[in-house]
Design a protein around this ligand. Structure first.
Ligand code: NAD
Length: 320
């Protein structure tokens, strides 16, 4: 089997390669060539950790496997980041383990790639202003990937903890884009594309905040109980997601589904837009992409990274 250490990922995987891998696997999911397995996520009663597995099989991309890991909130005392994960790939022809790949940076890149895919396919024509809600670890990756797929002219941002906004300002400066910290009224009125990536458990962006043609990539909600958007905003938008069942159970649309203001037929898999089987934005004023994070995204970027690592002599071969 091949081992690709976490420390090698930054030198191997680019946001562009992550975008291509994620866009392709969303298309495979929509055409029935790839499917995700049920997610396991457990509070293990140790170190307040949440641990689980996300897996799947992509017949077209020949990727079979899982990402194992989760969230350890006290990791700072060990000098480690709180999100920890590893991707394991298996040979779909024999079942033998094929690779173990550091999954921490890959998770940020594949999550940012998902919202960038949605922006490429769903942003309103002529979108100029990117609005960021959230200023944590993921936010910088999100902004970079969005700027990579669309020619934004300005970034505006809001975060429940304003002391963290420096990360957004620094990232925008690095991208050569002007940045302004704003309140949510201005963010909803001025942004053409909004990315939300927080750990919120109550809605932050309300229906009344959002005016004009807008695309929202809601990326923070990946667990039961989390919530970033007002269900009334969801009820008047055209809805897209990575995987419909996951969106309605653990994604942003779980609350509107529970209140029965939407049903599964209202939510469109983004892969259908990528493969040309759905018109996408059409005449909708507001579109929302619920990026719940599926195992196949992890397998897609890990598969790509193993290829690159082998080509560049950075993969370690181990007999198991
Ligand atoms: P982080 O801990 O670095 O930052 C947390 C962010 O959420 C900050 O903006 C912070 O101000 C805000 N926040 C913290 N507590 C909050 C609260 N109670 N209410 C509202 N906002 C709060 O986290 P991160 O690594 O940037 O991840 C952000 C979110 O994205 C997390 O919820 C994480 O689980 C989620 N995530 C989703 C995917 C996916 O595929 N959809 C992938 C990775 C991470």
């Amino acid at each position: 089997m091949w081992v690709v250490p976490e420390k090698e990922i930054a030198g191997l995987m680019t946001p562009e390669a992550a975008f291509d891998a994620v866009e392709a696997v969303f298309a495979s999911m929509a055409s029935g060539d790839a499917y995700n397995f049920p997610v396991v996520r457990e509070a293990i009663g140790h170190e307040d950790a949440l641990y689980g597995f996300k897996g799947g099989f992509d017949r077209k991309g020949a990727n079979l496997g899982l990402k194992a890991g989760g969230y350890w909130p006290n990791n700072q005392k060990h000098g480690l980041i709180n999100h920890q994960s590893t991707v394991f790939l298996f040979d779909p022809d024999t079942g033998r383990v094929a690779a173990a790949v550091g999954g921490n940076l890959l998770t940020a890149l594949r999550t940012a790639a998902a919202s960038a895919v949605s922006i490429k396919h769903l942003a309103p024509a002529g979108a100029k202003v990117l609005g960021m809600i959230g200023a944590g670890h993921q936010s910088a990756f999100q902004m970079r990937a969005a700027a990579g797929v669309h020619g934004f002219e300005k970034v505006i941002g809001w975060n429940p903890h304003p002391e963290m906004l420096g990360r957004l300002a620094d990232t925008a400066a690095d991208l050569g884009l002007p940045f302004e910290a704003v309140d949510l009224d201005r963010l909803g009125a001025e942004a053409d594309v909004i990315i939300s990536i927080t750990s919120a458990f109550d809605p932050l962006l309300m229906d009344g905040h959002v005016t004009g043609p807008t695309h929202i990539a809601a990326m923070g909600t990946d667990t039961k109980g989390k919530q970033e958007l007002d269900p009334a905003l969801i009820a008047r938008a055209r809805l897209f997601t990575d995987e419909v069942a996951q969106s309605l159970s653990i994604g942003e649309f779980q609350h509107a589904a529970a209140q029965k203001t939407i049903s599964d037929s209202d939510v469109i898999a983004i892969g259908r837009v990528i493969t040309g089987n759905h018109e996408g934005r059409g005449n909708a004023e507001v579109t929302i992409f619920d990026g719940t994070g599926v195992g196949l995204q992890d397998l897609a970027v890990a598969g790509a990274v193993v290829e690159l690592a082998r080509q560049q002599g950075k993969a370690i071969e181990v007999e198991i």
